[in-house]
Design a protein around this ligand. Structure first.
Ligand code: UDP
Ligand code: MG
Length: 315
């Protein structure tokens, strides 16, 4: 029988956790009755350094029901780190497969049954694909669309409307454990790892309570990490662009010399020169910044700092 672990990253989610856990325990009961999961399945809540009463609520839920387990970080490390900690934590505690889900229950918990069905049919990874983005702001819709288009252009084949709502098998967890990189981009990892993958579509609901914990800066951080950890195409682009610009300059130079010597005509046009200077200066700065992003990624990885620091774990 399948032992299921549900991983929930939580950051200041005091308004959501109780009802989310209650609802998921109902889903467990239903799946146990249908003979799809084992009775020792559990929920693993990762408190990503919340400053509200999230951890008190997790401890309370744990003392009432040992199916609810928890891990607390010493500070906020971000949603990806909390997810990775969850995946590592349930691997240690033991499970046959793990599903990650947001604390606000925006993802349809009824899809978990379909995830398990796909798992039983042999999939190692079952990815949830959003049916729509009705609950997202126009800004988030546009940036998400651009991000997925760009990622695909850059060679990381991530389906659009992908989410971190997914099931992974014990085997996938063992493989994840072999990846030492600290700033792992999970959506990229699970797509390129090569294990049998199934897709399940689900509806996105509004948040049950509270507000989104992501802002512009954290979303851009996630996107840049996704790009710099999964594609070197931008670096190639910089090389090709640099070559093209140098070639262009060379041709223009030749033409100027030719005009001077043979036509005795020294070209005028300060405005053009200034515009060209600004454009090329801008392109150069952009490219240096782009390379800087990769150097930054190397800098962060090479220090080998731990992904996160645990404070307490309730098993
Ligand atoms: N989250 C987290 N650490 C953070 C930010 C968010 O663990 O630094 C969790 C959050 O508690 C939630 C999930 O990540 O369970 C998704 O966050 P949210 O619902 O705010 O994002 P959105 O749905 O707006 O993309
Ligand atoms: Mg949400």
């Amino acid at each position: 029988m399948t032992r299921l672990a549900i991983i929930i990253p939580c950051y200041n989610e005091e308004l959501c956790i109780k009802s989310t856990v209650k609802r998921l325990l109902e889903v467990f009961d239903d799946l146990v009755k249908k003979g799809k999961i084992d009775t020792n399945s559990y929920i693993y809540l990762v408190d990503d350094g919340s400053t509200d009463s999230t951890w008190q609520i997790i401890s309370e839920l744990h003392s009432q029901n040992k199916q609810v387990k928890g891990l607390k970080f010493v500070r906020n490390f971000g949603n990806q780190k909390a997810l990775i900690a969850g995946l590592e934590g349930v691997r240690e505690l033991g499970c046959d497969c793990a599903v990650s889900l947001d604390a606000d229950l925006q993802q349809d918990e009824n899809a978990i049954e379909k995830f398990i069905d796909e798992y039983n049919k042999g999939a190692d990874i079952v990815s949830g694909i959003r049916n729509n983005r009705k609950t997202d702001s126009i800004f988030k819709k546009t940036t998400a669309l651009l991000f997925y288009k760009l990622m695909n252009l850059l060679g990381a084949k991530i389906p659009a409307n992908h989410s971190d709502f997914r099931l992974v098998s014990k085997r996938a967890l063992d493989i994840l454990n072999l990846y030492p990189e600290k700033y792992l981009f999970l959506r990229g990892f699970f797509n390129e790892v090569g294990l049998k993958t199934a897709y399940v579509r689900f509806d996105v609901k509004p948040r049950i309570a509270g507000e989104s914990k992501f802002n512009f800066v954290s979303l851009m951080g996630l996107a840049l990490n996704g790009i710099t950890s999964y594609s070197i195409v931008p670096l190639r682009f910089v090389t090709v662009l640099g070559f093209c610009m140098a070639f262009f300059g060379f041709i223009v130079g030749l033409e100027t010399v030719y005009e001077k010597i043979f036509l005795n005509n020294s070209p005028n046009g300060w405005a053009t020169a200034i515009i060209m200077l600004c454009i090329f200066g801008g392109i150069q700065l952009f490219c240096v910044g782009l390379i800087g992003e990769y150097v930054g990624q190397i800098f962060r990885e090479v220090k080998g700092r731990p992904r996160y620091i645990k404070e307490i774990e309730l098993k």
